[in-house]
Design a binder for this molecule. Sequence first.
Ligand code: HEC
Length: 145
Amino acid sequence: MARIALPIATFLAAISTLGVAMAQPDPVSTRKEGLRRMQTNLEAIGAVANAGGDTRDTVPRAEEMVAFFRDLPAFFPPGSNGNGSRALPAVWSERAGFERAAANATTAAEALRAAAASGDAAATTAAVRAMGASCGACHRNHRSR
Ligand code: HEC
């Protein structure tokens, strides 16, 4: 019995170690990947709107942006400024301003979603521009060049 129990215990310990490693991916690479994806979404929505296409097809992308920016502050846990991060200290030292910038981006993404859902290409183009301005507003004070 003991001969069987020991390998099982070892196996379970190995799995739980793996579980911890997988549950805690590097926050810097996670958020960078997410931010690059937001850039792709914004460009894709802008391209459809500029071409006079059916912006309703881009609603899922705008939806993803709403969810991402709502969660954005959580992608910047305290101490996650290493590993090649370009986040400025203000992300943590002036947290209220950072969270406000994230909330503004969420509002802009909600407006983008509404414009895309309306099927109005001109309104969507304007909302893409406003979204881009809110990205830039946060980068100005929170991302190094
Ligand atoms: C609330 C602040 C905030 C908002 C809003 C924001 N960003 Fe950023 N962004 C950052 C910070 C901080 C970094 C640097 C992250 C790092 O290097 O750890 C960054 C980095 C990036 C990067 C570089 C990722 C990489 O691979 O290094 C891209 C691309 C990007 N943002 C695109 C966008 C786009 C597009 C938007 C708007 C749709 C946006 N961001 C909105 C704060 C913001």
